[in-house]
Design a protein around this ligand. Structure first.
Ligand code: OOB
Length: 545
């Protein structure tokens, strides 16, 4: 069965024509395929390094030639324009070859992360109707061929599995690139159709699929690289999983390509490995989640080689306390940039040169002059300027609907097309912070204790301020009498403290009685999601099983 473009667009909600026209008028949308980023780079910088990993370097011309061979071979295998392909490769040059090969074959990659397992992949396969999958044989002690076998058994539509490395029962990825397939022509695309499907970072339920169009995603990469003042002299390090929006296009691999800057991949994000690569390739910019940024910052105390070439270190993905921001600024880099982003689109970040106060206390300001933000109360009415509420967003690179998810879309969008982020924010109004966003928590990340609603993130901020606590997650545990009780899951810095001592500390900070933890649960580390954020669902599962 050949599916193709018609099938791709069923269940896809694109930009409404009036707003699309506005973004074209503003010059944001180039009306070209996403992979034109590579064509442009080949034309301007053919012999400059494009992608680097510990084993390989490809120039832009080499990367392009490889992607072309893959595209031709995929077409030769019967994959049709518009078909979806699950792409799940570890950080390496091959990730870039596969991404561009798939794009040039006019297939639509579903950007899976190496940490995703059968539950997530099965959901992605079913929702996207994927016909192929690209995986590595093994990575991080896990055999992806076994995962593929289980997946294929459940999803007969998944006809092809290509394996980088030892293919086992499947097709060899490397041999695919060696087929003689001359005369392959790329098909035209509609730049308002999805170029790829990202997966949502939400921690409730299974991730949803996010269609990003050729126009919106190219703009995302171009505008982000520009805002960070990137040039061909920059070097970007992918330390997070490459398929995540953050290292992929914010500015990441794609943004770097728009200015001719090379991208270095590391599959090992430990300070030892990363600092050595940063030093070797004189990396100037990278993006990290909070937990990783903190590990790198601590490691500056003992690592012999420090990451001194870094000009920008973006940190985002979850809330950062001002204390942690200062710690990173003081010990790791003066180039800290807080970034509040989402695979759904909208990006806010602090800019190079912003005052320290802004970098420490805010999560940045919108990337585009055409980003529209609305902050609303629980009834959906706009709050007063500077007040707290849920953030709703709309703009030239924000989705208009999850892929094939009518029910979620009915909940997640306002009638006039704003995406309800579920994030609780304040848009600041005074002084140098005016126009910047402060993220105060998630609307649903609350604990219902007795008749009270307690904000988990507020409590976490207090917990993290204790010198004996390295990391903390406030979660709800079921309770016979209260409905939910408050549990502080903490990783201690050294000497543990007792619940009574914690209460004393919280009393001194003026935390009200009903917001104090009922339970203190010490853990060796907090469980993480596939991209490295604290996974509260897993915290609760660990504490209740
Ligand atoms: C990034 O993207 P996702 O899709 O994995 O997660 C998005 C969600 C946001 O809705 C928000 O709840 C949270 O992650 N978040 C933050 C944050 N950055 C993201 N919460 C508080 N402070 C921040 N700085 O996480 C992502 C995508 C692109 C760039 C950076 C991060």
């Amino acid at each position: 069965m050949r599916t193709g473009f018609a099938d791709l667009t069923s269940g896809f909600v694109g930009f409404p024509p009036d707003r699309a026209a506005e973004y074209r008028r503003a010059g944001y949308w180039a009306d070209r395929p996403l992979d034109a980023i590579l064509d442009d780079a080949v034309e301007r910088w053919p012999d400059r390094p494009a992608v680097i990993d510990p084993n390989l370097t490809h120039t832009f011309a080499e990367l392009s030639a490889r992607a072309d061979r893959i595209a031709a071979a995929l077409a030769d295998r019967g994959l049709a324009a518009g078909d979806r392909v699950l792409l799940q490769l570890p950080n390496s040059c091959e990730f870039a070859v596969a991404l561009f090969g798939v794009l040039r074959a006019r297939l639509v990659p579903v950007m899976c992360l190496p940490g995703h397992r059968l539950a997530e992949l099965s959901h992605f396969a079913a929702t996207s109707g994927a016909v192929a999958m690209i995986v590595a044989d093994r990575f991080g002690g896990f055999d992806y061929r076994e995962l593929a076998q289980a997946l294929v058994a459940e999803h007969p539509a998944l006809r092809h599995v290509f394996v980088h490395g030892d293919p086992g029962p499947f097709e060899s990825w490397s041999e695919l690139a060696e087929l003689d397939v001359t005369g392959y022509q790329r098909a035209p695309v509609d730049p308002d159709h999805p170029a790829l499907l990202l997966v949502s970072g939400g921690t409730t339920g299974l991730p949803k699929l996010i269609p990003r169009t050729h126009n919106d995603y190219t703009y995302n990469a171009v505008a982000c690289a520009r805002a960070y003042q990137m040039t061909a002299d920059d070097v970007y390090l992918v330390a997070l999983p490459a398929g995540h929006n953050f290292p992929l296009a914010c500015p990441g691999l794609l943004g770097s390509m728009t200015v001719g800057a090379p991208t270095v991949f590391t599959a090992d994000s430990s300070p030892e490995a990363a600092f050595a690569l940063i030093d070797k390739h004189k990396v100037t910019i990278t993006g990290l989640v909070n937990a990783l940024a903190k590990v790198w910052t601590q490691a500056c105390e003992w690592e012999p080689v420090l990451p001194t070439s870094l000009r920008v270190v973006q940190v985002g993905g979850s809330r950062m306390t001002p204390e942690d921001a200062r710690y990173i600024l003081d010990e790791l880099t003066p180039g800290l940039s807080q970034i509040f982003g989402m695979a759904e689109g909208m990006l806010n970040f602090t800019r190079p040169g912003d005052p320290v106060d802004v970098v420490v206390h805010t999560q940045g300001r919108p990337m585009s002059p055409h980003d529209e933000m609305r902050v609303v109360d629980e009834n959906g009415d706009p709050v007063a300027p500077g007040a707290e509420g849920e953030l709703l967003v709309r703009g030239p690179y924000t989705l208009n609907g999850y892929y094939r998810a009518d029910e979620a879309n009915a909940r997640s969008f306002s009638p006039d097309g704003f995406y309800r982020t579920g994030d609780r924010v304040r848009i600041l109004t005074d002084g140098p912070r005016a126009g910047y966003v402060e993220v105060t928590g998630r609307i649903k990340d609350v604990i219902h204790r007795g008749g009270e609603t307690v904000s988990a993130s507020d409590l976490e901020e207090h917990l993290s301020a204790h010198p004996a606590i390295y990391a903390a997650a406030a979660v709800a545990l079921p309770d016979e009498f209260l409905g939910e009780k408050i549990c502080a899951a903490v990783v201690f810095n050294g000497t543990p403290i007792t619940l009574a001592e914690l209460h004393e500390f919280l009393d001194a900070r003026g935390v009200s009685a009903h917001c104090k933890p009922d339970v203190l649960a010490p853990l060796p580390s907090l469980p993480k999601t596939a991209v490295g954020k604290v996974d509260k669902k897993k915290v609760v599962a660990q504490l209740t099983n």
